[in-house]
Design a protein around this ligand. Sequence first.
Ligand code: B12
Length: 334
Amino acid sequence: MIGREPRVQPPVLDLYSDMPLYNTKAVVHHTGVPAPTLRAWERRYGILSPRRGENDYRLYSERDIMTVTWLRERVESGMTISQAIALLRSLEPARRRGRRTRNQPVMQAESPATFTTAASVAQFSLNELSANVLHHFSNLDETAANHTITQALAVYTVEDVCLRLFTPVLVEIGQRWAAGALSVTVEHFASALIRAQLEGLFRSAATGESGPLALVGCAPGEMHELGVLMLALFLRRAGVRVAYLGQNIEVESLLATIASLRPACVLLSASLPAPLETLALVAQQLKTAAGQPLLYIGGQALQQDPAAAERTPGYLLNVDARTAVEEIKKRLSA
Ligand code: B12
């Protein structure tokens, strides 16, 4: 199963001792975090659990050092400390909660510090991130939208951000547009920005030099490409060699390309009813194309029109792109 785990992993704290052995100077030396900052993190967020040595100096454990190092890395990657702590707690909540009761002041639910942290946890839910992105789209605020998307990608996998943030936001935009509650300008701005994000992710995903080739694109006449671009991205991330052909493919040159490159499969998408007729014709031609590549078809139009899907040769995958990739990978490796 690909892509279900959060992208940022929690520190594996249980591998490290919680014996209180290190004084503040040693922790500063190991982590590079200055002593006043350590004390502020301790005081504000209750995140560390130093015990007091005989001389009343703080003594920290290896676990504390790992925690501080992990937090420092998150802060260096652009999070605020309260976001990083919220993330740490959301990634491994149970053990930390049990541990904090042991030897240091428990943060009161109503204390301002806890309140900030709880707010930060909520800030990382995909619902909240989606609402923020939609809000920024409505204001045509590119910087804020990209910032929120970067935050989402720091916490969730690419697949989750595509399926649980981009997709619901796009569907919502479509509904608001159809109801006259959102302008075409905002719709175009949002789809251009999401396309740019997907393109960046697709280009930077590792691409296999060898292995079966998959050609991915939109049916002739089809301009909705974000779903099929997600599919291309997920396939590439799953190790498949992918060539992305974009919107509105041209049939003659596709057939010529198939004859020369002999791809293992061709994946075509239709979102609107209009391209379905041409898609059925293309699918007929692909049945006798050189090398007889497997044809996969999908997209909203086929989901909504089972009769058209029936008329179109090829494997219909009426599923999201992640599930489709699992299916395609199985067949490619069979
Ligand atoms: C963004 C958008 C546009 C953008 C597209 C930009 C781009 N570069 O792609 C632009 C502005 C160009 C556009 C234009 C139009 N649009 Co438009 N658009 C949308 C919108 C808001 C989002 C589409 C989207 O990306 N969805 C999210 C993706 C992720 O979902 P998806 O495509 O279903 O893909 C998933 C699965 O289906 C699957 N999948 C997809 N393809 C494939 C292929 C295979 C092989 C497999 C296995 C799986 C698979 O994987 C994906 C991820 O899980 C939708 C609203 C909606 N509900 O989707 C309207 C929507 C699709 N558009 C609509 C309309 C009417 C139009 C226009 C006709 C408007 C007009 N009058 O000009 C034009 C037509 C353009 C054309 N000739 O194609 C209607 C369609 C209604 C209908 N069924 O007829 C919708 C539903 C809006 C609405 N609520 O009414 N649009």
